[in-house]
Design a protein around this ligand. Structure first.
Ligand SMILES: Nc1ncnc2c1ncn2[C@@H]1O[C@H](COP(=O)(O)OP(=O)(O)OP(=O)(O)O)[C@@H](O)[C@H]1O
Ligand SMILES: [Mg+2]
Length: 354
């Protein structure tokens, strides 16, 4: 049995995973890559030769099918092969920061040193949630991947879209097409076609709204968060209208923030839309009672809930009161009734399933 198969079946016997034949059929793809990376790098006469990058894996499919979970198992199976698992968006932000530095230092081809730095550190990059939405990334990513492959770095990604549908309808898309060809040439494109949305399955029958705020609800929310995130979280920075909007903790499509983080700061509709688009589940801590005194926070909260609702994001929350009692006096109580009703609806077991 391969290393990743062993990890998978350990989870099944522990009961943390349920057997899913579609997931099992993907495991050999990961093993193929692990085995190739485990080969010793041949040494040249005078220097270490650049190793050949094994064909990577582009794993795509619907939400909650277990792509990120499988990628995590794969990375865990790699032992001491230098690898890095990173959210694609976060990685691209690092690259942009690196390019900025290199240009400031007067480097003409700024990408070369930035890519070389990555190549020096890893043999494998595992990108979670590859998606291309803006033109700068679309124009950059092809050259970046070329440099990674040339440096012997294998790439594994998860995505909700087939490569042909990446950056769909994007500006100047024809310039992006060679990148799609590159993916197809250097990565096995595999669909994880499980009929089961396991995220929905996990949330089924689970309490998702905890009140009042206190150590009991804190513990309960922590447990849900641990279960869904499934590993160490990192901040996720979204750039909205050239400003940074930071979600303090994010992993596997699950974000965690406090009410204050998202509604206590001057964020607006565009920010909430971007957040709703970037996450599948939001764990929101400490929604206080709202009133005249915190009218602005209440208004932002209404906008946030509307954005989450439209994008069918699951919400796990701890709050000072049940939705109906969160905002009972002050301007806008009438409008808040809709928010309360949505908050109730979003607690339903099957809410958010496609
Ligand atoms: N076979 C399984 N049994 C039980 N739980 C599972 C199984 N596979 C995945 N899960 C859990 O379901 C949730 C969703 O899985 P995961 O995040 O890997 O989905 P995904 O395909 O990456 O979804 P998305 O496209 O939204 O990123 C996670 O909490 C994960 O641990
Ligand atoms: Mg995922």
């Amino acid at each position: 049995m391969s290393a990743v198969e062993r990890l998978y079946s350990e989870r099944i016997s522990r009961g943390t995973l349920r057997p899913d034949p579609a997931q099992q059929t993907v495991l050999p793809e990961f093993e193929r890559i692990r085995a190739a990376l485990a080969q010793p790098v041949k040494r040249g006469l005078f220097s270490r030769k650049t190793p050949e990058a094994p064909k990577g894996l582009y794993l795509w499919g619907g939400v909650g099918r277990g792509k990120s979970m499988l990628m995590d198992l794969f990375v865990a199976s790699l032992g001491d092969i230098p690898a890095r698992r990173v959210h694609f968006h976060a990685f691209m932000q690092e690259i942009h920061a690196g390019l900025h530095q290199a240009r400031k230092a007067g480097v003409e081809d700024a990408l070369a040193p930035v890519a070389a730095e990555v190549v020096k550190q890893v043999r494998l990059l595992a990108f979670d949630e590859m998606q291309i939405t803006d033109i700068t990334d679309a124009m950059l990513v092809g050259r970046l991947f070329e440099a990674l492959f040339a440096g012997g770095v294998a790439v594994v990604t998860t995505s909700n879209r087939h490569p042909d549908d990446l950056y769909k309808n994007g500006l100047n898309r024809q310039l992006f097409l060679p990148f799609i060809q590159l993916i197809k040439a250097r990565m096995a494109v595999v669909e994880l076609s499980s009929p089961t949305d396991h995220r929905q399955g996990r949330l089924q029958g689970m309490q998702v709204y905890f009140t009042p705020i206190g150590s009991d609800s804190r513990k309960a929310v922590d447990a849900v968060w641990r279960d869904l995130a499934g590993g160490p979280a990192e901040p996720l920075t979204l750039v909205v209208n050239k400003r940074d909007v930071v979600i303090p903790a994010f992993r596997n499509g699950v974000a965690r923030a406090s009410f204050y983080d998202l509604c206590g700061k001057p964020l607006g509709p565009a920010d909430y839309l971007a957040i709703a688009e970037a996450v599948r589940v939001l764990v929101l801590d400490d929604i206080p009672r709202l009133s005249r005194q915190n009218f602005n926070e209440a208004k932002r909260f209404v906008t946030l809930v509307d954005a989450l609702y439209e994008a069918r994001v699951r919400l796990i929350a701890s709050a000072a009161a049940v939705p109906d009692m969160l905002y009972v006096e002050g301007e806008g109580t009438f409008e808040f009734a809709r928010t309360a009703s949505r908050l109730m609806e979003m607690q339903a077991e099957d809410w958010g399933s496609a």
